[in-house]
Design a protein around this ligand. Structure first.
Ligand code: FE
Ligand code: FE
Ligand code: ZN
Length: 289
């Protein structure tokens, strides 16, 4: 079944996110557990509110949600205080997410701010080694980045290097979230040569690490290193590329999360559009190559 969903605001509460995703025909969703730009936590959720969401998930066969880390974290910062803040906050978020029994947690690996990629990668893996524990039920995802400024994760090799430096006991708690706008902006023709890009992903990182897709079109040409999301079919990836992505055999079983510039109504339209271009029969899969 097509696991498509979108980013939702926690405003209105957790149970409400479950109701909203059902109302637009989605099967999963992403949210910020904390204020994405500030340092203050979003009002801590009431246990009944969380239980309400868990019930909606169970009763409707939704996937456990994906939480996105705030943009204020930078595990690769040159400032110790920023690294500690990122580490301690992320650990708290991960402890909270255990309530969902199989959630995912996505974060931007970080910016090395001039210290160099190698130092940045060492800091990111140090943090993961400090906060992950072998029995955790949540999978922590490194997001592929567009390569703005000194972002780490601009190519598959950098993500592989982070994962390689994670200790083996917790390495399987780590996966990758492929953001289609970001990899396109990073120079990978994900919509045009989906096969080629995913072969390269498999060779460098391994497709078994790929656990989620952020499905966004891009306002900029391939390789622009910009990171500006466009509505589905309205950017440089285009509807043909998007259809290739949601139907690709290596991606079909993964959850897709829209992070396009939309309100709930707009997301509902995009979800309907995507269901339309998705081939749901086995014959469709082979026809699609
Ligand atoms: Fe992101
Ligand atoms: Fe993203
Ligand atoms: Zn982005």
């Amino acid at each position: 079944m097509f696991a498509v969903g979108c980013h939702l605001s926690t405003e209105g509460g957790y149970r409400s996110m479950g109701e909203r995703i059902l109302s637009v025909g989605g099967r999963t969703f992403q949210f910020f557990a904390k204020n994405p730009k500030g340092r203050t936590p979003v009002k801590p959720p009431e246990p009944e509110d969380i239980e309400g969401l868990c019930r909606i998930i169970r009763e409707n066969g939704l996937l456990p949600p994906l939480a996105h880390a705030p943009y204020t974290y930078n595990p690769a910062s040159e400032k110790e205080s920023v690294r500690e803040y990122s580490r301690d906050s992320m650990r708290k978020e991960l402890e909270f997410l255990e309530v969902f029994d199989g959630a995912m947690y996505n974060f931007h690996p970080g910016c090395h701010v001039g210290q160099g990629v190698e130092q940045g990668i060492a800091y990111i893996s140090d943090m993961l080694n400090a906060i992950l524990w072998p029995e955790m039920k949540t999978t922590v995802l490194l997001e592929t980045m567009a390569g703005k400024g000194t972002e780490i994760g601009r190519n598959f090799e950098e993500l592989r290097a982070v994962i390689d430096a994670v200790r083996p006991e917790v390495r399987d708690c780590v996966g990758v979230c492929l953001d289609t706008c970001h990899v396109h902006d990073g120079g990978y023709p994900i919509g045009e040569d989906t096969d080629g890009v995913l072969d390269e992903f498999d060779r460098v990182i391994g497709l078994h690490r790929l656990r989620a897709v952020h499905l966004n079109d891009s306002m900029n040409p391939m390789g622009a290193a910009k990171d500006r999301h466009a509505k589905i079919g309205e950017g440089y990836i285009g509807m043909v590329g998007i259809a290739r992505i949601v139907n690709h055999p290596a991606l079909r079983k993964l959850p897709f999360y829209l992070e396009t510039p939309n309100d709930l109504l707009g997301y509902g339209k995009e979800i309907a559009l995507l269901k339309n271009v998705r081939n749901e029969t086995e014959k469709g899969v082979s026809d699609n190559g």
